[in-house]
Design a protein around this ligand. Structure first.
Ligand code: HSE
Length: 306
């Protein structure tokens, strides 16, 4: 195989209580990429459609992640990459992660899979380092593994995959403002209180247990964030109203998707997820902010060939 076309899913990172450790892959929204082997060593981004992003290899997350893989490989040739962005940059649903993971996953397939999925996570994290200044793995891990993932440890890197209940749906609304992850990380405090820590790790454990047990109520009770949301939600217009409307419409829980400004809700069943979407939409229609909305099942396989 010399060329491959892949679907690279959007992802929700943090999932309220799990800052930098929890994430989930979505089904209905994602980028497309075409990756081709070439005899010229290195990575060339030959096409980038859909977003205004740099095409220079060292300025592009797919380029940087791809170079990390090439450095670890004994392959003597190179790759050309076409990127068709459907996920808006700065939307909070893993735009940079989709590009980094898509590049390394496709390259690995073309090379006959010399690297494990965990190694692909490490290469993709270099793209996240370029995009946000921090090599976080909570978007790239679910994009590569599919479903829900927990980064149990960064050093050494240890990623745990978590099953998803069949009827779990995500509704994500993206108010049309851009929030750079690097900026929304700068507003965070470096220290937390023991009292907040206790609440937060109780919820992380509860959410993981709820996903394993198909316990939708427990999932809902655990979708709380006592540390990051109170600070970051200030950057998102209408956040409290959107969250209240989502819960009122039947969502299990609601929070900031990644570093925002997108807001996600989880619901049991597609019909509730649609109703929740309508309720979230109405808030932005009333305050006159444009938005995109995505309603999606959980994507349990991650990146896939098209
Ligand atoms: N955990 C990261 C953050 C995710 O919240 O900054 C960015 O999408």
């Amino acid at each position: 195989m010399e060329t491959i076309k892949v679907f690279c899913p959007a992802t929700i990172a943090n999932i309220s209580c799990g800052f930098d450790v929890l994430g989930v892959a979505l089904d209905s929204v994602g980028d497309e990429m075409v990756v081709q082997k070439t005899s010229v060593k290195g990575i060339r981004i030959s096409k980038l459609e859909g977003q205004d992003l740099p095409m220079e290899t060292l300025q592009n997350v797919a380029g940087v992640a791809g170079l990390a893989l090439l450095e670890a490989s004994d392959y003597q040739g190179g790759f050309e990459i076409e990127i068709y962005k459907k996920i808006k940059a700065g939307s909070g649903i893993g735009s940079s992660a989709a590009s980094s993971t898509g590049a390394v996953w496709a390259m690995n397939e073309l090379l006959g899979k010399p690297f494990s999925t965990l190694e692909l996570v490490k290469f993709s994290m270099e793209g996240e380092r370029l995009a946000s200044g921090v090599a976080h793995a909570d978007n790239v891990a679910p994009a590569l593994f599919g479903g829900f993932t927990l980064v149990r440890s960064y050093d050494p890197l240890d990623v745990v995959t978590i099953p998803s209940p069949n009827e779990l749906f995500a509704t994500v609304i993206h108010p049309q403002i851009e929030v750079k992850t690097s900026d929304s990380r700068k507003v965070l405090k470096n220290n937390i209180s023991l009292a907040d820590g206790i609440k937060q790790w109780g919820n992380v454990g509860g959410l993981v247990a709820g996903l394993f047990k198909d316990d939708y109520d427990l999932i809902g009770r655990s979708l709380e964030d006592h540390i990051i949301e109170p600070i970051r939600s200030i950057l998102i217009p209408g956040f409290d109203d959107v969250k209240a409307a989502a819960i009122e419409a039947g969502a299990l829980g609601c929070g900031i998707s990644g570093s925002g400004p997108s807001i996600f809700s989880f619901s049991k069943g597609g019909e509730t997820a649609q109703n929740v979407g309508e309720a979230m939409k109405r808030i932005y229609q009333d305050i006159g902010i444009d938005f995109d909305i995505h309603i999606s099942k959980i994507n349990s396989e991650g990146i896939k060939m098209m």
